[in-house]
Design a protein around this ligand. Structure first.
Ligand code: F6P
Length: 359
């Protein structure tokens, strides 16, 4: 194939590093391979609705430190279950393939999390020339040791915990911080360890109220007049469900979690008598400029993804293994979620420095 045209889309929730990845794919395609680059607007929505524009070298310059995505994104659009005109979901994937052919796209790069990759895998049965690039602050994508966005989110959690310590210490309070992560506890676990959380609650280790309360009391007995509790939005007491904040009907993954932080703060105050407050970090964790680590990871992913296209190695997602960038099949990457395991070294290390998981 001579001069190729490639398409890039960003799907799912935004996260720091998306622009660095777009830049990595586009600059490699333009500089190393002399290809044309098309940016598809708003993820799969743009693919379904003919929304695209050319990305020149100038368009992808100076975007490395920018948060969000210059292409826009959507965590609702699904070509296999499109809610057109608010009616019943319909399959418009043939229209998507027609658009890709009409635009002469030789390779499609889908930058996203598990939802975006699940759609990419389905689409690859009709249009095989797809390459995946893993992003999400949740770090829950299989086949890769780290997604970009995660490091920046955890750095923000760490800084927030440092700040919360001031009030906790000064007022002798229990401060509860609720963080994102959906069904995975990575942000709470790693952000919590780095920020010195005394109690960390994650979905993979359903907690006992008794143990949580006991941990605060034990700290008091040791002379610690404050406690920092980091709660993942998906954390829940043993035998109880996760707390759902909102149901977004037209989203492929309709549950939005949230509210457990407030419950934890209330229960601790009631049962220990210690004044407690909660803070929800929310979407602040997804915003802002990518960290040093995320800039490098997203750039390496972008460059490696363009290289896969050059080698016609489609149906793959770029991935981090150790210090190497490798690839895995998109299918394998969507076969489940990468979750924390209670016997992993990170959990053991946290326990060794006195962190309680409320179990
Ligand atoms: O997957 C990323 C994430 O930020 C989750 O941590 C969170 O549960 C969810 O997205 C929030 O989604 P929304 O932006 O639709 O509220």
């Amino acid at each position: 194939m001579s001069k190729r045209t490639i398409g890039i889309l960003t799907g799912g929730g935004d996260c720091p590093g998306l622009n660095a990845a777009i830049r990595g794919i586009a600059k490699t395609s333009i500089l190393d391979y002399g290809w044309n680059v098309i940016g598809i607007q708003d993820g799969y929505y743009g693919l379904m609705n003919d929304l695209k524009r050319e990305l020149t070298f100038k368009d992808v310059s100076n975007i490395l430190p920018l948060g969000g995505t210059i292409l826009g994104t959507s965590n609702k659009a699904n070509p296999f279950a499109s809610l057109e005109e608010g009616k019943k979901p319909i399959d418009v994937s043939d229209r998507v393939v027609e658009n890709l052919e009409k635009w002469n796209i030789d390779a499609l790069f889908c930058i996203g999390g598990d939802g975006t990759h699940a759609i990419a895998h389905q689409l690859s049965k009709k249009y095989p020339n797809i390459i995946g690039v893993p992003k999400t602050i949740d770090n829950d994508l299989m086949c890769t040791e780290q997604t970009f966005g995660f490091d920046t989110a955890c750095s923000f959690v760490t800084e927030s915990l440092d700040r919360i310590h001031s009030t906790a210490q000064s007022h002798h309070r229990v401060m509860v911080i609720e963080v994102m992560g959906r069904y995975a506890g990575w942000i709470a676990l790693e952000g919590g360890i780095a920020g010195g959380g005394d109690i960390i609650l994650i979905p993979e280790m359903p907690f006992s109220w008794k143990k949580v309360v006991e941990s605060v009391k034990v700290r008091s007995k040791l002379g610690k007049r404050f406690s920092i509790v980091v709660v993942s939005e998906g954390a829940h007491p043993d035998g109880e469900d996760m707390v759902v904040r909102e149901v977004i009907k037209d989203s492929p993954d309709p549950l939005r979690l949230g509210g457990i932080g407030e419950m934890v703060a209330d229960r601790i105050e009631k049962e220990t008598g210690h004044e407690s407050r909660y803070t929800v970090l929310g979407h602040l964790q997804r915003g802002g400029s990518p960290s040093f680590f995320d800039r490098i990871l997203a750039t390496r992913y972008g460059v490696a993804a363009a290289r896969l296209a050059k080698e016609n190695d489609f149906g793959k997602m770029v991935a981090l293994r150790g210090t190497d960038i490798v690839s895995a099949s998109i299918e394998a990457a969507t076969e489940g979620l990468k979750l924390v395991t209670p016997d992993m070294e990170l959990i053991k290390a946290a326990k060794s420095v006195g962190t309680s998981f409320g179990v």
